[in-house]
Ligand binder design. Structure first.
Ligand SMILES: *Cc1c(COP(=O)(O)O)cnc(C)c1O
Length: 462
């Protein structure tokens, strides 16, 4: 399988190389040139597979022989052995035809574990084969950093540097990262905000000359295709339990960078009968604004009770735009350039297609809290604030009440207790397997908000 850039100019890559890359050299994102598809009979067979067995079937065509089948099976088994629920991604019913897909039973209690547990092990396998070492660099406001550290810390071929804004992530989130004892893990607390961290990562990817000879940077954010790939699996898993391929299923997805919902869109293109995909955003609603009014326009960042969705632009939206622009990389590159500086509109046809494919809703903090309180009142089920946004959107904009609607439950409520306390519910306890982080020794280095200081640190420690 070949992977091509959304902007049409960078060379096509195979799976090995796409795994080891960030952005394409033309500034685009990599996507598969063609997708594997599954017919009805095959999808019908999915209902009797375990999560791990299904993951192998879905992922194999994307890996395309870069890793032998037996090894890939082992990698998948190991990746999901750290999950604390035997179903890996259990479905929970809220009401008739209303479901939650719990994606928070992994080691860091958020859905990012699904992709990053796998990514770390895929990297290890490929790098071992190549006898090559790489440097992972990422910025985090919380979830990505801890999931990346948990997923990659056991790799001998990876040094991992995660930047977080000093004193601006919650204690639980910081401790999840800083209590990792691996000598390959380096937490850098930058005396700045998340945007400062992210901009240093971007600049470092653009010019990697600060790295020791022979090293390269690997991305762990959702511009890395392998993350999207891993997330396609749970759409098939949930839908095949709820009647696919003989019944259509809807999904509501709490969205920030458009990664998770893009995986749902790919699942649909691979043959899964999805009747509706709902983009659920918080007040950082660029995606809702473009889908509702065809106005793609950056607004300043708002801090919300659902911090993992606090973004100004959604990088993976470019992957959808590539399809909406009929795979015309040049036209898309021009569009992306333009929207850096001004508000833009999608071409009429692209907008119409986007509206057919997606519905959307923006949910503010008050409505998030109301939804947490309401669902708790109905069934004593405690939603985390990100998931609450998905549930609210599902209830407001679903197209059919006769078909199952599944909201992706992206985080465990104990991780985001601010919202829970706001509605006067008792803060849930961290699961006991995580309690140790509150007392373990922390390791992190505070650095000034300065690119050369950060790069010098990385150079010294990689
Ligand atoms: C990262 C994250 C999201 C947003 O996911 P995207 O793939 O960026 O859309 C939603 N909820 C939680 C809890 C997250 O950690």
């Amino acid at each position: 399988m070949k992977y091509i850039s959304t902007r049409g100019k960078a060379p096509a890559l195979n799976f090995e190389d796409v795994l080891l890359t960030g952005l394409a050299s033309d500034g685009g994102l990599y996507i598969p040139e063609t997708l594997p598809t599954f017919d009805k009979e095959t999808i019908d067979g999915f209902k009797s597979l375990s999560y791990q067995e299904l993951a192998f079937v879905i992922i194999k065509p994307f890996v395309d022989g870069a890793i032998a089948d037996d090894e890939l099976k082992n990698i998948i088994d190991e990746s999901y052995s750290e999950f604390r629920h035997p179903a890996i991604a259990p479905l929970v019913q809220l009401d008739t035809n209303e479901w939650l897909l719990e994606l928070f039973h992994g080691p860091t209690l958020a859905f990012k574990d699904f992709a990053l547990q796998l990514l770390g092990r895929l990297l290890d396998a490929i790098l071992k084969k190549k006898q090559q070492k790489v440097v992972i660099m990422g910025a985090t406001s919380g979830d990505t950093g801890s999931a990346a550290i948990e997923g990659c810390s056991h790799s001998e071929y990876v040094d991992i540097f995660i930047l977080h804004p000093h004193n601006k992530v919650s204690e639980v989130q910081r401790r999840q990262m800083t209590t990792c004892a691996s000598p390959h893990v380096h937490n850098i607390a930058v005396e700045g905000n998340f945007d400062d961290c992210q901009s240093m990562v971007k600049q470092s990817f653009a010019d990697q000359s600060f790295l020791p000879e022979g090293k390269r940077l690997v991305a762990v954010n959702s511009i890395n295709w392998a993350r999207i790939m891993a997330q396609i699996v749970y759409y098939f898993y949930a839908a095949s339990r709820l009647g696919a391929p003989y019944r259509e299923i809807g999904f509501s997805v709490p969205t920030g960078n458009f990664g998770d919902i893009f995986a749902g869109y790919i699942a649909k293109k691979m043959g899964l009968p999805i009747n509706q995909l709902i983009v659920a955003t918080n007040k950082n609603d660029i995606l809702h604004r473009v889908l509702a009014n065809n106005l793609y326009e950056k607004h300043p960042l708002e801090h919300t009770l659902s911090p993992s969705m606090d973004i100004m632009v959604s990088s993976n939206f470019e992957r959808l735009l590539f399809d909406l622009f009929d795979k015309d990389g040049e036209a898309l590159a021009a569009f992306m350039d333009k929207c850096n500086n001004e508000s833009v509109q999608l071409p009429e046809k692209a907008f119409a297609t986007a509206r057919e494919l997606f519905d959307s809703l923006a949910v503010d903090d008050d409505a998030t809290c109301e939804t947490i309180a309401k669902v708790y009142d109905e069934s004593e089920y405690l939603l985390d604030p990100h998931t609450a946004i998905g549930v609210k959107a599902a209830r407001e904009v679903r197209r059919s009440h006769d078909l199952p609607m599944v909201t992706l439950a992206t985080a465990h409520p104990a991780k985001f207790s601010d919202a829970i306390e706001k509605v006067n519910l008792a803060t849930p306890k961290l699961p006991h397997h995580m309690a140790h982080i509150m007392t373990d020794r922390e390791r992190y280095t505070v650095l000034e908000n300065d690119l050369s200081a950060v790069q010098a640190f990385i150079q010294k420690h990689s």
